[in-house]
Design a protein around this ligand. Structure first.
Ligand SMILES: [Zn+2]
Length: 441
């Protein structure tokens, strides 16, 4: 029998720079009540530090936490434990998944540990203490769409590079990252094996400059046909964030947009907010017939980024025309996002056209170098991706696509591994005879 390696321990050993991270979940939500259930494995529930309230909390148990007079009130099923300042659910091994269900928010599942405390305003603060690569895979799933592994590999590389460079982003708050786009979206654990393959294949890979330093790796949905210089959007002119032609971003979901704004509002904006003399025919002509064959940074001295923010436009890459019948200006725009660095839809297109993942990264990050951590063991990675590929193929061939929350690739891997740990004899052919094996936990 082939040896199946525990995925998370394997990945952990490959990431020397950061083993675990603390991520604040539901960071934009105000949470007063929270229900936690358990999809896989067992957790120990601690309060106020190391006070063990209940051990081996697992499936069938439900932890209810609510804010109560500046404290956390906690009960598990019908057992009322009272009031505490902090709570911690600690996973007993790597094969643990919990399901978080805050009142008024969408339910999500995560691996790793969960810490709950109260913020000054009375809202519950949820921190996921999780292995770094597990976090990266969750980010990739939240940040990009697509079907090809290299798309996920590329997103994993830039998300990993960003995370390693910004580990102290929320140091003052007591965690590393929040779970929204202020840092990187991390809206669930990764539940897709194809995404995990991309993340695993990228293990140990980061982008560095010629001096070997991690670079900033901004990305956006679609460049509209040309990426932007970093100094035209932010302050610093970074040598690897240069504007480049990007025809790969054309004819995609977010390639073009149109926005109609009343003539009065458009002209008022420039005359009142930016003190332009719109009675001057030359000024008027420019404001009403501004075009961008290639990206520009300003319109009559006003930064396009400012205009984008004030009118909530999808991008700064737009041209203006007048519709005299409706007394409006019509903005014809290209792309979605700030335009600096990597275009995600351009990446999706390039992968589809067969470009190699490293050449795609070099297209968007001028002169950047793909760094491979020399301690990453590629042969282990290849074994593991082969196992995942087999699981994807099995899923494809399964006659009935009955899904349950536990019937997913990660659970299956964990279960295979757990069998090994118990040193049971596992005969692959018998797997098919276990009609309900995927539901047996
Ligand atoms: Zn943040």
């Amino acid at each position: 029998m082939k040896r199946l390696l525990p995925i998370l321990l394997l990945l952990l050993s490959l990431t020397a720079q950061a083993e675990r991270v603390r991520v604040r979940l539901y960071s934009t939500n105000n949470i007063s009540t929270l229900n936690i259930s358990f999809d896989l494995g067992y957790y120990n529930l601690y309060a106020d530090g190391d006070q063990l309230l209940e051990d081996l909390v697992g499936e069938g148990r439900s932890v209810l936490i609510r804010q109560d007079g500046g404290k956390l009130h906690v009960s598990v099923n019908d057992d009322d434990y009272g009031l505490f300042s902090t709570l911690r659910l600690e996973a007993t091994d790597t094969a643990c998944i919990l399901c978080i269900n805050p009142a008024g928010c969408k339910q999500r599942t995560y691996e790793g540990n969960l810490e709950v405390s109260l913020l000054k305003g009375g809202s519950l603060q949820l921190i996921n203490d999780v292995e770094f690569e597990t976090y990266i895979a969750g980010v990739v799933q939240s940040e990009i769409y697509g079907t090809q592994t290299d798309i996920f590999r590329i997103q994993a590389i830039i998300s990993r590079t960003w995370a390693l460079r910004n580990l102290k982003k929320h140091a003052a708050d007591g965690y590393n990252f929040c779970d929204n786009v202020h840092c990187q979206a991390y809206q669930n654990r990764c539940i897709r094996p194809d995404i995990m393959i991309g993340a695993i294949q990228s293990s140990g890979e980061t982008l560095v400059d010629s001096a070997g330093q991690l670079i900033e790796t901004p990305f956006h949905s679609n460049s509209g046909g040309q990426t932007a210089n970093s100094e035209d959007v932010w302050r610093a002119a970074l040598p690897y964030l240069r504007s480049v032609p990007d025809t790969f971003s054309l004819h995609m979901r977010q390639s073009d947009w149109v926005r109609t704004i009343s003539l009065d509002r458009w002209l008022d904006y420039f005359s009142k907010k930016h003190k332009l003399n719109v009675a001057d025919s030359a000024v008027l002509d420019t404001l009403l017939h501004f075009t961008q064959e290639s990206r520009q940074a300003r319109l009559m001295g006003v930064p396009l980024t400012r205009i984008r923010t004030d009118f909530q436009l999808k991008s700064t890459f737009f041209s203006v025309s007048v519709d005299s019948a409706s007394l409006s200006v019509i903005l014809h725009g290209h792309g979605y996002g700030h335009g600096v660095g990597l275009s995600q839809e351009g990446t999706i297109r390039m992968v589809g056209l067969g470009y190699a993942y490293d050449s795609i990264l070099r297209h968007y990050y001028t002169g950047a170098v793909l760094h491979q951590d020399p301690t990453a063991n590629r042969s282990h990675l290849e074994n593991y991706t082969a196992q995942l590929a087999r699981i994807i193929e099995e899923d494809r061939n399964r006659q009935t696509q009955v899904r349950s929350k536990k019937d997913d690739w990660l659970g299956r891997l964990f279960r295979l591994r757990d069998r090994e740990e118990r040193q049971e004899v596992y005969i692959e052919e018998e797997q098919d005879n276990e009609k309900d094996w995927q539901y047996e936990w």
